[in-house]
Design a protein around this ligand. Structure first.
Ligand code: FE2
Length: 287
């Protein structure tokens, strides 16, 4: 990066690229030490947090009722979700816990001091000002493991499908804590498609049930998706309407990432979002 003004994080060409394409990669946005600190804290959490006896699995294709409730209640908690391929037919782990977890979410930014300090750092505030995000407010944080051999697929989606505001304002900040390549399941995305309206809304129909409301049934042209490979320390900024996905990690290498989702705190947060609004965990970035 070569910012013209030291108080700014993005230069004009980067802002233009983001506006035009819907994503922006910022190599070395964080350093190796920061990556390793988050990784160590996530692994520590695995050891100390009470594990869910249901062994809830996270799937973007086949979520069951019981695991869905565990997911729906996770917005203001630190909860852990297993990879689909982690459990055997009897529901027991096939390999160690550290190699079986899909993700931890969704209030790390508020409830864990290491993740809170990271999420509230000045350079993220500066970036939010540059994008710009008005009244930048973190609403969700997720640590993703993308485990070797079993790291699950995430189907093509727009983040505003799941975190909806009026007007739309969601931005994802995807921090690569390890090198992410086409081999170990990096992000893929379809440039410029964020200019299109949302294709789906994920809505809470009742406290226990969710469904997708289809707004446009035309499938995404996934053949036009490009890999967003990212070296360790890279931040990929994702517009809330940018369609993106990641494939199963069949490699021997994990692909850890930390993801923050932000909204404009003054936009109307849709009441039927799965993630309930919480004054406690919807955290404004400190000025
Ligand atoms: Fe996403």
């Amino acid at each position: 990066m070569h910012p013209l003004d030291p108080s700014q994080t993005l230069d004009p060409s980067q802002k233009e690229f983001f506006a035009e394409n819907g994503y922006l990669a910022l190599p070395n946005f964080i350093n190796e030490v920061e990556c390793d600190e988050l990784r160590a804290e996530a692994l520590r959490l695995l050891q100390v947090e009470t594990m869910n006896s249901q062994k809830a699995v996270f799937s973007t294709r086949n979520q069951t009722d019981t695991t869905e409730q565990y997911f729906l209640d996770s917005g203001d908690k630190i909860r852990m979700f297993f990879e689909e391929g982690a459990l055997d037919a009897k529901g027991e782990l096939k390999q160690t816990k550290e190699l079986s977890i899909n993700k931890i979410g969704h209030a790390l930014h508020k409830l864990n001091p290491v993740f809170e300090k990271f999420s509230q750092q000045a350079k993220i505030r500066s970036l939010a000002n540059d994008l710009p995000i008005e009244t930048p407010t973190i609403c969700q944080s997720t640590y993703i493991f993308k485990q070797p051999r079993i790291g699950g697929e995430v189907v093509c989606h727009q983040d505003s499908t799941f975190l909806h505001t009026e007007p739309l304002s969601t931005i994802g900040l995807w921090f690569a804590l390890e090198d992410a390549t086409t081999t170990n399941g990096c992000l893929w995305g379809i440039p410029k498609k964020h200019h299109q309206p949302l294709k789906k809304r994920f809505v809470l129909d009742s406290p226990q049930t969710t469904s997708f409301t289809v707004l446009d049934s035309e499938p995404w042209p996934e053949e036009n998706s490009i890999p967003l490979e990212a070296s360790k320390g890279t931040l990929i900024v994702l517009h809330g309407s940018f369609p993106h996905l990641s494939r199963t990690n069949h490699s021997e290498k994990s692909r850890h990432a930390y993801v923050l989702h932000m909204i404009n705190g003054k936009a109307n947060y849709s009441k039927d979002n799965w993630l309930k609004y919480s004054a406690e965990t919807f955290t404004a970035l400190k000025a």
